[in-house]
Design a protein around this ligand. Structure first.
Ligand code: ZN
Length: 181
């Protein structure tokens, strides 16, 4: 079997995701998550939507795969190991979102949030700073969530009249449709 490597930029353009997205082989409970779940290094969020990414991880948890083929790291076997790694990926994304939100609410600019991300994340979890590529990738990961958080905060404060586009939460379409048949 040949498994191609795709980054989140490819996956999270909704159109590309439909064509190349996460695939689950239902009978064998093998899930090919590619760069949705990361093992052993900091996830790369790219231009992906962090909120819909979290929903996608929740969907993977619900599907309870027994084999998970990651975008990075060795394949994972066993529901327990898989759950742990999916939960870890989810925690990182939640943590970077909460850091960005905190700094945004303190009035920091995009550049300032970018510059502070490496200092703030290890305050939540000291193990982050020991991960490969943390100091390079983590500030980049603060970038797109900054725009998301800005939009969410403006929406919460009713400065925007409409909700987030529905497409933002539909990137896991293939996981839903192919999960359990
Ligand atoms: Zn990758």
């Amino acid at each position: 079997m040949i498994i191609s490597h795709y980054h989140t930029d490819h996956l999270y353009g909704a159109k590309a995701f439909k064509e190349k997205g996460t695939i689950i082989i239902a009978q064998k409970k093998v899930l090919i998550s590619r760069d949705i779940v990361f093992g052993g290094r900091v996830p790369f969020l790219g231009s992906g939507n962090s909120k819909s990414w979290i929903e996608c991880l929740d969907k993977i948890l619900e599907l309870e795969p027994e084999v998970l083929l990651l975008g990075h790291g060795e394949p994972l076997f066993g529901k327990k190991n898989i759950k742990r790694q999916v939960a870890w990926t989810k925690k990182y994304i939640q943590d970077i979102r909460s850091v960005v939100k905190k700094l945004y609410k303190e009035g920091l600019s995009l550049e300032e949030v970018h510059a502070r991300a490496n200092e703030e994340m290890p305050k939540i979890d000291t193990t982050y700073s020991q991960l490969p590529v943390f100091f390079d990738v983590n500030p980049v990961n603060a970038y797109h969530p900054h725009f998301e958080i800005e939009r969410e905060v403006l929406f919460e404060s009713k400065q925007f009249s409409s909700a987030l586009p529905v497409s933002d939460v539909l990137v896991c379409g293939l996981v839903y449709s192919l999960g359990r048949s």
